[in-house]
Design a binder for this molecule. Structure first.
Ligand SMILES: NC(=O)c1ccc[n+]([C@@H]2O[C@H](COP(=O)([O-])OP(=O)(O)OC[C@H]3O[C@@H](n4cnc5c(N)ncnc54)[C@H](O)[C@@H]3O)[C@@H](O)[C@H]2O)c1
Ligand SMILES: O=c1ccn([C@@H]2O[C@H](COP(=O)(O)OP(=O)(O)O[C@H]3O[C@H](CO)[C@@H](O)[C@H](O)[C@H]3O)[C@@H](O)[C@H]2O)c(=O)[nH]1
Length: 327
């Protein structure tokens, strides 16, 4: 059985859905701080618990003694917020991960796939970013994720855990059947905020920064569909179980789009003009993040299936259903 920690959240719930479709037994552990219980299928066992509580963690592993692998999504994940509230990030992302690992060791569970991020690279010195690129994060969020990677490495050497650090670029999109999608309150992410404008829920999108060293001056990101990420987690878990080798893998499409290009694509998909305003930079944002995922292609035979237009089409379908009452 696989325990999905943070499985009621955005990427976690899409991974649970994917694992269930592969007939993989799953249990979800989540404190619902940013997740939604309704994102967990009714027939999937759910343990409401917090990584800060050893009591909750022991409940998970004693009630589900067949757990052999953990997929760990639980963290705070907002770049801008981490700059102004770093303590929140170090406590939840780092300290609580130590709690999880220590409890796994008590129950002899040695495989863990976890969410790292391209934010561990900082400002890139070469594009596209490969796994060999130096990791010099420029915000507290990225630093907590780099420290998580280092922690895993030390636990691997000392205690024999096997880990896969999956460094995702920007997750986006929603499940094809519109059962689940991106839903954060408040929502900080670019694509859903643009879709709010298309729905008429907000007047305009503020575009943070127009003086970056990019062709149109706005930030460039590499967007990857959430179901492609789910597929990579399944493959990484199977690899750890079979090979008992650690992995550090980028998960990216290999194509960068500026914030203004994302607005244009959203206009194409929704056929609605999007009003935007160029504003100051947001703290902690690197100008460009574009990933090379060749290593994931070679080692776990993973290929992304969704391009930007398809990503925004699935996001739009979900967004209308959830927030517009249309579908
Ligand atoms: N969204 C992205 O673009 C992106 C990109 C790279 C990496 N990541 C990483 O992927 C992971 C998932 O991101 P997401 O966008 O799905 O976030 P999310 O906030 O939707 O999901 C996180 C889940 O973890 C749960 N959680 C948080 N702290 C917990 C705790 N102490 N105990 C138990 N449950 C807890 C939340 O309730 C939520 O369900 C995060 O670790 C994030 O850093 C996200
Ligand atoms: O109202 C907004 C919101 C965002 N942006 C910009 O849009 C881009 C993307 O921002 P956002 O959607 O917030 O994603 P990121 O800050 O790139 O961070 C996401 O992607 C990272 C990987 O790049 C992950 O590590 C983080 O967890 C995840 O939140 C950035 O240039 C933001 O400055 C705006 O211009 N206006």
């Amino acid at each position: 059985m696989i325990a999905v920690v943070g499985g009621a959240g955005y990427i976690g719930s899409h991974t649970v859905k994917y694992l269930v479709e592969q007939s993989e037994p799953v249990v979800v552990f989540d404190n619902l701080s940013t997740g939604h219980q309704q994102f967990v299928p009714n027939d999937v066992p759910f343990v409401e618990g917090d990584l800060a509580s050893f009591e909750d963690l022991h409940k998970l592993f004693t009630n589900y003694p067949n757990i052999h692998t953990v997929i760990h999504f639980a963290a705070f994940a907002y770049v801008g917020e981490s700059v102004v509230e770093p303590a929140k990030y170090y406590r939840n992302n780092l300290v609580n991960t130590v709690n999880l690992l220590d409890t796994m060791l008590v129950y002899n569970v040695k495989n863990i796939v976890f969410s790292s991020t391209c934010a561990t690279y900082g400002n890139p010195i070469a594009l596209p970013i490969t796994e060999e690129h130096p990791q010099n994060p420029i915000n507290p969020y990225g630093r907590t994720k780099l420290m998580m990677e280092q922690l895993m490495d030390d636990y691997s050497t000392a205690y024999g855990i096997n880990f896969a650090a999956l460094r995702y670029f920007n997750a986006a999109g929603a499940a094809e059947d519109c059962e689940i999608g991106e839903w954060h309150e408040p929502e900080p992410h670019l694509i859903p905020l643009i879709l709010d404008v298309a729905l008429g829920k907000s007047e305009k999108i503020n575009v943070f920064g127009s003086d970056f060293d990019t062709p149109d001056g706005t930030c460039i990101r590499d967007y990857i569909h959430v179901t492609d990420l789910a597929d990579a987690h399944y493959r990484a878990a199977k690899y750890l179980i079979a090979e008992k080798q650690n992995l550090q893998l980028n998960l990216a499409n290999g194509a960068g789009y500026s914030n203004l290009e994302i607005i244009q694509m959203a206009e194409k998909v929704t056929r609605i003009p999007i009003t935007y305003q160029l504003t100051d930079r947001r703290l902690g944002d690197p100008g460009q993040l574009i990933g090379c995922a060749d290593k994931a292609k070679n080692i776990i035979h993973w290929e992304p299936n969704y391009n930007l237009q398809q990503i925004i089409e699935t996001a739009w379908a979900w967004h209308q259903k959830k927030f517009g009452g249309k579908v």
